[in-house]
Design a protein around this ligand. Sequence first.
Ligand code: SF4
Length: 358
Amino acid sequence: MSSASELTSLSRAALTQAVSKHSPAWRASQIYRWLYHHGVRSWNDMTNVPGALRTSLSNEYALHPPRLVAEQQSRDKTIKMLFELPSGNRYETVLIPDFHDDGAPRRMTVCVSSQVGCAMGCTFCATGRMGFRENLSSGDIFDQVWHCGVKAKDHYGMGVTNVVFMGMGEPLLNTASVLDAIEKMTSEDGLGLGARRITLSTVGLAGRIRSLADAGFRSRLAVSLHAATGEKRSAIMPVNRSERTDLDALVEAIVYFTDRTGGRVTYEYCMFHGHNDSLEDADALAAICARAPSKVNLIMYNPVEGLGFDRTPEPQLHAFIERLVSLGVTVTVRRSRGQDIDAACGQLAIRNKQASPS
Ligand code: SF4
């Protein structure tokens, strides 16, 4: 296998620079369109690009389609895919279709990974247990969306409408590739998705949230909160143990972000029975929400074997929601999709790793 870097890992500027060594720079926009508007992953398919330029570039860069190694479809039509990098590291992508009552497709959401594994070590997360393995390139991230778009049209008759960075990895520890992938998804000569249809979900790295705001970030921001006091958050999320990224620093950064961008933030709050689902927790969460334009997305936890967390019973969930609503908080509830195929973060990769003879 070639050790040359993948053409799709280049940003638009880097592609232009690579092309301009061999031909007029404007040829780069033809190639960009082939890669991200038409999704071709073969030099031969770039029919309006001169053969000599294709040959020169193919001597320097590789061009491969993503390697799909496993796929599972859930009873609720969620499709989970496992891809493999040349290094042998594996990462997952989930296509989450949503339908109208009459069965017509309403929305096709792709949950993408930005890294293989994750360094953040959240105690409730299967990916966190893997540790960090490798960053994905912008092409690897884009290809997850393209691949799901083809699959969604085939299976459900609608292309991708939404993208969430909620798969494996912490996107803000791979920011350049993530922002470049978003550019490939949103540009007119790429996929042409609306920027607001993309949600970047972060564990809450305060400094990097401020940098996003300064860089004119236009997509949506979600923050994994999962606890509303410093003590409880530190117990399950090591990121909270540093002064630079603790709850106080995080909330200040979110206030800065929403002031600067005019947007609002979604707090992801996974319900862990007996840990963060009391009415006092709801009060503390509401106090955080009052600081900046925001809403709360409560997530029903998919229990992971051996991690020691349980699902909140329905009556307690309802009491929690009522308390938040009474305090003026906008709340949505996400029921985990694809439970019968282990669609919680990181689980498919771990299962496959355990199943492989390595
Ligand atoms: S929850 Fe997200 S940030 Fe935390 S370990 Fe898992 S993948 Fe990383």
